[in-house]
Design a protein around this ligand. Structure first.
Ligand code: DC
Length: 231
């Protein structure tokens, strides 16, 4: 794994902000916005699972071949850019930042994300990325508050009603029909929930329901959770 480092700052107080939540909860926009506002790095862990899914779809492996999929994660070289202004990810030297958003990746990503060995390999890489950012980073995913970095200074579970999440994803994916978006949101949540518990907040995790909130409001709310001496 490689890491494109941002210029060093002179701040050394740990400030890891962990944001978990289901698809369409507004996690990515919120996490990027919080990172920009507080001058922190930004890590989208879902992008890492998606990049391995690109490798899976390019291979001739069957979805049932758990060992083969596990080996993909062992052999893939991921390079993550943690700039919230321009987050990017490369797979074996190829920039896959846009490919990972294609519908067939969203359709198949659960096959990769439910593989226990893939989760172990990527979790190690996520922790290394947090360290490389001097522990001043916003990390978003499904299991950041519980598994990847449970000691984060701010821990949030961001949720929204399924109807609101489907509507948001549909607005993002112009031209994709409602049935396909519903599959991506509802079915994927069900698959993902088999490996990470992100329906209810763990102890010490703030539950934020964004169903009736605007993006700026959610960003402000999370920034306000940061203790004054850590900014
Ligand atoms: O947030 P996203 O839709 O880009 O995530 C893509 C997939 O990766 C999703 O199906 C859940 C999975 N994922 C996960 O299992 N654990 C994470 N920390 C992040 C994402």
């Amino acid at each position: 794994m490689n890491f494109v480092e941002q210029p060093a700052t002179d701040q050394h107080t740990d400030l890891v902000i962990a944001i978990d939540g289901p698809s369409g909860s507004g996690k990515s926009s919120t996490a990027r916005g919080v990172a920009q506002k507080l001058g922190l790095s930004y890590l989208d862990t879902g992008a890492m699972y998606r990049a391995i899914t690109v490798a899976f779809l390019r291979s001739d492996l069957q979805a049932s071949d758990a060992a083969g999929i596990a080996a993909l994660a062992d052999n893939a070289e991921l390079t993550v850019t943690d700039d919230p202004e321009a987050p990017a990810i490369s797979l074996d030297g190829e920039d896959v930042t846009f490919i990972i958003r294609e519908p067939q990746i969203s359709q198949h990503v659960s096959v990769v994300a439910t593989n226990p060995h893939v989760r172990e390999v990527l979790t190690d890489q996520m922790r290394a990325l947090v360290e490389a950012a001097d522990r001043r980073i916003v990390v978003e995913g499904r299991d950041i508050t519980t598994v990847v970095w449970p000691d984060a200074q701010v821990r949030v579970l961001l949720v929204a009603d399924a109807e609101a999440r489907i509507a948001r994803r549909q607005a993002e994916l112009d031209g994709v029909d409602t049935a396909q978006v519903t599959d991506q949101v509802v079915r994927r949540d069900r698959d993902d929930a088999t490996v990470s518990e992100f329906g209810t907040p763990a102890e010490g995790v703030h539950l934020v329901d964004s169903t009736h909130m605007g993006l700026a409001q959610v960003i402000d709310l999370i920034c306000a959770m940061v203790p004054d001496d850590m900014e």
